[in-house]
Design a protein around this ligand. Structure first.
Ligand code: ASP
Length: 462
């Protein structure tokens, strides 16, 4: 058997014999001639069946949309008046010699040749594997791969080590509700899924890795909103012996080179402006301002940094004091002394990366002084006992020689959403949950059977 030719490559193989594989994208009958558009990941090509070969013609006649077929044939130049400039292979067509049906297909529940925005979400998610056949979603996922691969290479070339951290862990202090997993071996005990690898990446700095990154899943049980999902992906980064400027310029350099390579048509201002939290609030009324000059221009990307955040704020409803980012954020050195008297006046080392009205990342330098960390825990209403129980491991780790460190965690889904001009992060995630946190394809969440519940020492209260 000859090697497979990807459909997009047929344009360079005029007069050659090829073997192509793919899905029937569509079929048109013109008198006696049957035109099939065959699709693989690389593109579309036209196959022309004439009645000269009876058997072949009859098989072609049975083909329906989305059937999977194998075709052997010759690539021919199309006559001048038949050229189709809409598709990459529009100057050629395939004259088939053999056709094998590899799989038949039911009629899909919705059109696959549109952009799909017109289809109800429930249906799109239930048949996501079909939804993903559409050009737009395919391109979104391929772009996502290219962006992530760019970041991976960029960081690896600069001495960063990619390290995986556990999914079964313990409550993390990102401030959202945890997803929990009951323990079978320890009745009444639970793991928590990580809201981020925050503590692990700090512990990796204690371990001496100096530069870490991970394409990390972060799980937060929050009420879902347009650009929120129960799980999202972060490019999680941590560095030792660093400072805010170094972290910000790493991200800025990495993203600028990525944009140049993968999104050359986007307009982006460099260097990115740095705006203080106070100025952002006074001027724009938000800490994630949309700084685009022309908000109707899909190619304008206005990245910026927001700095000089307060360390703490009062929760709008409970009026309890809480960290603006998380409880490991180092206060600016000139504010540390305010912690006992005026904690709400403290300014932190936090920096947020914002774009077109969205927050893309938060990061900071971290507290490494166990005493200051304990003061923060107490300020947040934790007893010394609870703080030791929940965070004793990190305080203990800091007693064994902790390097000064800091980091950041850009959200991959949001970044791709903006760069692909999508209205929602669900459009750049292969298998997202619906807006109300369900997966209609797998029917998740779902009930457990009695045996599983028993093993997990759980009883469901009706
Ligand atoms: N863990 C933080 C977050 O998920 C990011 C960081 O501080 O590096 O927002």
């Amino acid at each position: 058997m000859a090697a497979r030719t990807h459909i997009a490559e047929t344009k360079g193989k005029i007069d050659e014999s090829v073997e192509i594989f793919g899905w029937v994208n569509g079929r048109r009958d013109h008198g006696k001639i049957i035109f099939i558009d065959l699709r693989d990941r690389s593109g579309l090509v036209q196959i022309v069946f004439t009645p000269s070969d009876k058997e072949l013609y009859n098989t072609a006649n049975s083909l329906r949309s989305e059937w999977v077929v194998h075709i052997k044939g010759k690539v021919a130049k199309r006559p001048e008046n038949m050229i189709n400039n809409e598709i990459e292979t529009g100057k050629v067509e395939i004259q088939p010699e053999a056709l094998t049906v590899l799989a038949q297909a039911e009629t899909p529940p919705f059109a696959l040749d549109t952009d799909g925005y017109e289809i109800g979400e429930e249906n799109r998610m239930k048949y996501r594997y079909l939804d993903l056949r559409r050009e737009r979603l395919k391109n979104n996922l391929i772009r996502r791969h290219n962006v992530v691969r760019f970041f991976r290479d960029y960081l690896s070339e600069r001495g960063f080590i990619e390290i995986e951290t556990p999914l079964l862990t313990k409550s993390t202090p990102e401030g959202a509700r945890d997803y929990v997993v009951p323990s079978r071996l320890y009745p009444g005990k639970f793991y928590a899924l990580p809201q981020s690898p925050q503590q692990y990446k700090q512990l990796l700095m204690v371990a001496g890795f100096e530069k870490y990154f991970q394409i990390a899943r972060a799980l937060r049980d929050e009420d879902t909103r347009g650009d929120r999902q129960p799980e999202h992906t972060q490019l999680d980064i941590e560095m030792s012996f660093t400072n805010p400027e170094e972290v910000m310029s790493l991200i800025e350099g990495m993203v600028a080179s990525m944009m140049k390579e993968i999104y050359p048509d986007k307009k982006m201002t460099v260097p990115w402006p740095k705006i203080s939290y106070r100025e952002a609030m006074e001027k724009y009324g938000t800490d994630k301002p949309d700084l685009r000059k022309d908000k109707n221009d899909p190619n304008e990307i206005a990245f910026a940094w927001i700095v000089e955040f307060p360390s703490f704020e009062l929760d709008a409803s409970t009026k309890e004091i809480q960290p603006v980012h998380h409880m490991f954020v180092q206060p600016r050195s000139d504010s540390i002394s305010l912690i006992d008297s005026e904690p709400l006046k403290m300014v932190s080392t936090q920096y947020d990366w914002v774009c077109n009205g969205y927050e893309l990342a938060s990061g900071s330098i971290r507290i490494i002084d166990p005493e200051l960390q304990m003061k923060v825990f107490r300020l947040l209403g934790m007893s010394e006992e609870k703080a030791k129980r929940d965070f004793g491991h990190i305080l203990e780790a800091f007693s064994y020689g902790v390097p000064p460190h800091g980091g950041i965690a850009p959200g991959i889904d949001r970044l791709l959403m903006i760069l692909q001009s999508e209205p929602n992060i669900r459009e750049v995630i292969a298998f997202p949950k619906t807006g109300d946190a369900r997966d209609p394809m797998m029917s998740s969440p779902s009930e457990l059977d009695k045996k599983q519940l028993k093993e997990l020492h759980l009883e469901i209260k009706k």
